[in-house]
Ligand binder design. Structure first.
Ligand code: HEC
Ligand code: HEC
Length: 215
């Protein structure tokens, strides 16, 4: 047993190809926004918009989203932790370098602000800023930030200006128990969805779309 392990090690060290692959995967890939742009134009733009501002509200805006979060979600689609048949196919098509490239491109685009639904603002704002203490739901702002810009280092997404229809769809999925895997963030997201009522989800989704709309 020991002897064959050593033989393998010698083989690994002796082969320059294996060594360079191992060294490469240890480094974090640096995204090239220009290369990302051509990939986006060919594939992603049809749904997410050429500049990451999708016009169809069932597709999320990706403009201004952190590269870390975009990469994280593409990996989740690929592994099936976040189940979506369209995006599973898209993610499977991309190499790790292409993932870094499209993430760099989208993160550098400017997000077009969304419109505010005045009827939903009061309820949405109170949940966003104060949470729902009765059920132990913390304020959305405590994680996503007062202006909804998220926290890239902690993989908390930017949500400001996101389409209400998409946000409602995501929160309703969690509300109904469809988790994005079983990691700590997925469990957290599931509990956020489950602590909200259907009416509260509608209001908070409308509020998020209008967040940060005016300076
Ligand atoms: C045919 C339409 C379509 C195409 C083309 C497409 N997407 Fe998507 N994308 C979707 C849908 C639908 C969702 C939402 C999935 C869900 O509800 O879980 C999504 C979600 C995402 C998300 C998650 C965003 C978030 O806020 O959580 C990322 C990242 C993403 N797509 C990246 C890409 C990239 C990169 C490409 C191009 C390689 C691409 N998509 C091509 C339809 C598409
Ligand atoms: C304790 C921190 C925390 C709180 C509180 C919180 N979130 Fe989140 N939220 C997260 C994290 C982390 C993710 C990423 C989940 C993942 O990657 O699986 C997320 C993801 C989301 C997404 C998915 C965005 C996308 O496009 O992928 C939406 C929408 C969202 N949160 C809305 C809300 C709303 C609305 C509230 C308040 C009712 C809220 N969140 C409260 C941490 C939080």
């Amino acid at each position: 047993m020991k002897r064959s392990m050593r033989a393998m090690l010698v083989l690994l060290v002796a082969s320059p190809l294996v060594v360079s692959v191992a060294a490469h995967s240890a480094d974090k890939l640096v995204g090239n926004a220009e290369a990302g742009q051509s990939e986006v134009m060919m594939v992603c733009a049809a749904c997410h918009g050429a500049d990451g501002n999708s016009t169809n509200p069932q597709y999320p805006k990706l403009a201004g989203q952190s590269p870390e979060y975009i990469e994280h979600q593409l990996e989740s689609f690929h592994s099936g932790k976040r189940a979506n048949s369209i995006m599973a196919g898209m993610a499977a098509m991309l190499s790790p370098q292409q993932i870094a490239d499209v993430a760099a491109y989208f993160s550098q685009q400017k997000e077009a602000p969304g419109e505010v639904d005045k009827d939903q603002v009061a309820l949405g704002k109170s949940i966003y800023e104060q949470g729902v203490p009765a059920v132990g739901l913390p304020a959305c702002a405590s994680c996503h930030g007062a202006r909804g810009l998220g926290d890239a280092a902690k993989l908390v997404p930017r949500i400001a200006g996101q389409h209400a229809e998409y946000v409602e769809q995501v929160l309703t999925g969690w509300h109904n128990g469809q988790a994005w895997g079983d990691g700590p963030h997925a469990k957290l997201a599931l509990s956020v969805g489950q602590k909200l009522t259907v009416a509260q989800i509608h209001a908070i989704a409308a509020y998020v779309q209008g967040l940060n709309a005016s300076p």
